[in-house]
Design a protein around this ligand. Structure first.
Ligand code: M6R
Length: 622
């Protein structure tokens, strides 16, 4: 069974056992999702108070702090954080508390309108302690409970508070004034309720609770639950009681962490659409045809004066950068170039004021990219990061930037990060275009709605997983592959080849289709399959000619083409069809069959997909 994508981790316990060890153990099981910081809030039996502790770092660091205390509790909630809003720090860790420190809340998800809510709550006198989006939630609940409009229990106040929230949440809270219960709610971020013998558990992910119970209830969107040691009640947000069925988890711990997928890489490929939704979330103002990027808003004037863009990154992030170059030149009419970070810093780059250097990095810790950033800063360029890991070194040292919000990526082969990087680059380029008025309104009005449709189109391709696995089987015996494409498909070809080589150890090269005749075509014979990326775009006919050249030399063609393309069926040995879209957005679709092909090839060969030989997830040496 596959279930929802989710960052951070939530665990809670209410019952007769000691809650803290259960919650801490559960949090450790969720650390594979991220471990920027951790925290707990619990009802202490001795003092009859809610006590809380939180710290930057792993659950072990929290445990060390707690070891100095003699807290005893049967009700606790806990959180392990993967930062999205606000760097990893003690004060940004969960739980968050209201002004009076009565209510304590842990949250997964993103509150898109947190800035507006924070402003309004601050005006009303609420005092914020953190930079997170989450903290507004607890103040909203506080407001409902203290407004004197009759809301005295959490389950009445919570749905009222959540009416103001745009975004996603899976959350749990406890309150000093409403003892003996945990209240949870969900919209977009998973919450699972575990049913034991006179005890209940909550978790954002089954892996945190499988060792305690196999009987679970999955909360759906816009549902909440009230848990006491004796009872579990589930409601919708109108307080109507819901009768939900109990499911049985039949996975072990490891497969629970992978959400039922065999490998993290496979899971992360399937999380691509959600990664794209997350990078776009709250950033497209459809009504005015504009892009809003909080990370760049203070630089508006400076960005207007940028004369040139240099993108630098490594590996997959470099390939997304190549797509970004087209975006900046097409949308914003700014000259752009892309360089390997490992080359950039030694090339004595002629850059300075008036140049913006964009650093792309999933981890935010890649040594080559970090050194390139420092070099660019030294020379006076404006540095902008596109980084997935909040608070990482590249994120901290860049002048400004945009976070991908793709969630932790664990498989060494980068998949969903690529998708979200392309999404972020399209937004930044459209933002520049908006600032400069370089893109006709008609085109903006085409791109923005289409961007929003892309996750759905990606999901259609993911449904072809079995078909692509069959292809992987058919071509398993071949040792060498070429991937080619033109314009937007050229970087995708290189990314597809990188995916195949890094996890299946097959030789694969990505080429600009037009370059084949300048040398590589000499390699082609019946033992050399070619992936031809040929969606219906401005260079379609040209790529078709390149396919003809391969066929004439006996090469085998696996095409990735647009649905309804009859011509390609006659030319290629095999075709994976992708939905129609705008040329500029086509990489978001054409890369998926290549990710799946690489994944299945490596898996069919019995290789260690998530940890390929000789590689590390984050390369922190030069
Ligand atoms: O964390 P970064 O995005 O900076 O990492 C860059 C590369 O090391 C990374 O993309 C690498 O090439 C992956 N293994 C590709 O799948």
């Amino acid at each position: 069974m596959f279930y929802n994508y989710n960052m951070c981790g939530i665990v809670g316990y209410i019952g007769k056992k000691s809650a803290l060890p259960i919650v801490l153990e559960g949090l450790k099981r969720l650390e594979y999702r991220g471990y920027d910081s951790a925290g707990v809030a619990l009802w202490d039996q001795g003092s009859g108070k809610i006590l809380w502790e939180k710290t930057t770092g792993r659950v072990a660091a929290l445990e060390t702090r707690l070891s100095e205390k003699s807290w005893e509790s049967h009700t606790a909630i806990g959180h392990t954080r993967w930062a999205t809003h606000g760097k990893p720090s003690d004060k940004n860790s969960h739980p968050h508390a209201d002004c009076a420190e009565n209510i304590f809340l842990v949250h997964n998800g993103i509150v898109e309108n947190y800035a507006e809510l924070k402003e309004a709550l601050t005006r009303e006198g609420h005092v914020f302690r953190s930079e997170t989006d989450t903290e507004v939630l607890v103040h909203l609940v506080e407001r409902e409970l203290t407004m004197g409009n009759g809301k005295v229990v959490l389950e009445d106040a919570l749905p009222e508070a959540l009416r103001h929230v745009i975004g996603t949440f899976g959350l749990a809270l406890i309150s000093k004034n409403d003892p003996g219960k945990i209240v949870v709610a969900r919209r977009g971020s998973p919450i699972i309720l575990g049913l034991g013998e006179k005890e209940y558990l909550i978790a954002s992910d089954a892996s945190a609770i499988v060792e305690h119970t196999k009987n679970v209830v999955y909360l759906h969107d816009n549902e909440m639950a009230v848990l006491t040691p004796e009872d579990l009640k589930i409601y919708n947000f109108s307080k109507k009681i819901l009768n939900k069925s109990i499911d049985k988890i039949d996975w072990d711990l490891e497969s629970a962490q992978k959400g039922g997928y065999k490998h993290f890489m496979q899971k992360e490929i399937f999380e691509g659409p959600e990664a794209l939704r997350n990078v776009l979330r709250g950033r497209i103002l459809s009504d005015i045809g504009k892009v809003k990027l909080g990370g760049l808003k203070d630089l508006e004037k400076k960005l207007k004066n940028i004369k040139r863009i240099i993108i630098t990154a490594c590996g997959t992030s470099y390939y997304s950068g190549l797509i970004g170059k087209y975006y900046f030149e097409e949308f914003a009419k700014i000259p752009a170039s892309v360089e390997h970070a490992s080359e950039f810093r030694y090339g004595n780059p002629a850059i300075g004021e008036g140049d913006a250097v964009i650093l792309i990095s999933q981890s935010g810790e890649t040594a080559d990219t970090l050194q390139a950033l420092r070099e660019a800063k030294k020379r006076g360029a404006l540095t902008l990061g596109i980084v997935n890991t909040v608070g990482s070194t590249i994120a901290r040292e860049s002048d400004a930037g945009v976070y991908n919000h793709a969630g932790p990526e664990i498989g060494v082969a980068s998949t969903k990060a690529f998708i979200s990087q392309v999404g972020a680059l399209s937004l930044i380029a459209l933002y520049f275009a908006g600032n400069r008025g370089t893109l006709p309104e008609t085109l903006v009005n085409k791109i923005l709605p289409e961007l929003k449709l892309m996750p759905g189109k990606m999901e259609q391709i993911l449904k072809k997983d079995k078909e692509i696995k069959k292809l992987a089987k058919k071509y398993l015996k071949y040792k060498n592959f070429i991937y080619f494409g033109r314009k937007y498909q050229f970087p995708v070809a290189m990314e597809g080849a990188l995916k195949l080589k890094e996890i299946s150890y097959k030789h694969a090269e990505g080429y600009a289709a037009g370059e084949m005749k300048h040398g590589p075509i000499a390699l082609i014979d019946e033992n050399f399959p070619v992936f031809a990326l040929v969606p219906k775009d401005a260079v379609y006919e040209k790529t078709i000619s390149n396919i003809e050249e391969i066929r004439a030399r006996g090469g085998k063609i696996i095409a990735v083409a647009t649905e309804g393309d009859e011509k390609i069926k006659k030319l290629a040995d095999d075709v994976v069809f992708i939905p129609e879209t705008l040329e500029a957005l086509s990489p978001l679709l054409s890369v998926i069959p290549l990710q799946l092909f690489a994944y299945h090839t490596a898996d069919l060969l019995g290789l260690d997909v998530d940890k390929p030989r000789n590689l590390a997830k984050s390369v922190t040496v030069e």
